[in-house]
Design a binder for this molecule. Structure first.
Ligand code: PMP
Length: 353
């Protein structure tokens, strides 16, 4: 043994680890979680559930009960559903199965950074094609994907961090014009309304990614799912770790799906609060707010975004500073909070404008 530690493979050495920029503050509006948390009844149900579970046993490796519930919710077959330890794990699994050396992943930036990071991790080539000035996926996107040699496309809708969603025509255009796999990342779909789910039957190369981390308020339990052609699902299943989603998380996600009513009320509240927050920020000089179909707002500051971000920290509010990212100069991303939290944001930004 020498003093010099073995280096990772060069592709890994070059990766910058995902940094959620977490700081302990009173009001965390930085990660697009559900700021309301679970309704009391659902929380009580999950607490009672723990006592019934055999934690000495491995989880159902096929997550069959949860997959059945998800399949029923979306009107697809159970063979079209794959469960992941959060959506992130499924992005990785997609790249393990369909990316890798000699393959290329494509996305439309600015967008969720994990597509690029996980492409690097899986030694997949990566092309970040530009969105237009309003952050929409350009009409000729599929031609650009083909020119870039894209084998797998990640199109985030609603897009993190800009908040805008793709309409049905845009999804159809991609699925038709791209030979590879087209993954619509709908992590924030429940706040939006538009979806690619109904188009799945029309295009075998189309897949939709969802998560329980946002609208469903279970970010801490790590459950995501992919809806895809059965052949795609079978291939993802080969690269997925056995028992990737634990016993409690499978049961908890299933329990929430069995009674979604109270969560749907919270989602409607968040959508209302999103409108109220956007209107209040539009009334302040010095901030441009982009229209959002998600549970966050992208806000461009006229003055230094770093200073506004620091001012918010001093007010006990953590938001996401994206001003370093290409195309996002001066931008902060603010998760919609509870009414009281949003009042604090409005008050603080009023002072910082
Ligand atoms: N896709 C997008 C666009 C996201 O913003 C996130 C969460 N930040 C994810 C996927 C993954 O979420 P999770 O792993 O919690 O399901």
């Amino acid at each position: 043994m020498t003093d010099e530690l073995i280096k990772p493979r060069p592709a890994v050495a070059a990766i910058e680890a995902y940094d959620p920029q977490h700081i302990e503050v009173g009001i965390n509006l930085s990660a697009n979680e559900n700021s309301y948390g679970l309704p009391d009844d659902a929380r009580a149900k999950l607490t009672a559930l723990v006592k019934t579970l055999e934690l000495n046993r491995y989880p159902d490796p096929g997550a069959v009960e949860l997959r059945r519930a998800i399949a029923a919710r979306h009107g697809v077959g159970v063979e079209n559903v794959i469960i992941g330890n959060g959506g992130d794990e499924l992005i990785q699994a997609l790249l393990l199965a369909y990316g890798g050396p000699g393959r290329t992943a494509v996305t439309f930036g600015p967008t969720f950074s994990m597509y690029g990071i996980l492409s690097a991790v899986t030694a997949t080539g990566f092309a970040d094609l530009p969105r237009d000035a309003l952050f929409d996926v350009p009409a000729d996107a599929s031609a650009a994907v083909e020119a870039a040699g894209g084998d797998i496309v990640f199109a985030c809708s609603p897009n993190n961090p800009s908040g805008n969603a793709m309409d049905e025509a845009a999804i159809r255009a991609l699925a038709t014009g791209v030979a590879g796999l087209v993954v619509i990342d709908e992590a924030y779909q429940e706040f939006s309304g538009t979806t690619g789910v109904e188009l799945l039957g029309d295009y075998r190369n189309l897949a939709v990614l969802r998560t329980f981390s946002k609208a469903f308020s279970l970010a801490g339990l790590r459950v995501g799912y992919l809806l895809a052609d059965a052949e795609v699902a079978r291939n993802i299943n080969k690269v997925r770790l056995p028992y990737n989603v634990n016993v409690f998380s499978q049961a908890a996600a299933g329990a929430l799906l069995a009674e979604p009513g109270p969560l749907e009320e919270i989602i409607a509240d968040i959508v209302r609060e999103r409108g109220r927050l956007a209107r209040a920020l539009a009334g302040l000089d010095g901030f441009t707010t982009y229209p959002s179909a998600a549970n966050f707002l992208l806000v461009r500051c006229s003055r230094s975004a770093d200073e506004v971000w620091r001012g918010l920290i001093e007010a006990g509010i953590l938001v996401r500073n994206l001003s370093f990212a290409p195309g996002l100069k001066g931008c902060l991303r603010i998760t919609v909070g509870t009414p009281g939290q949003n009042d604090s944001v409005i008050e603080a930004l009023g002072r910082l404008a």
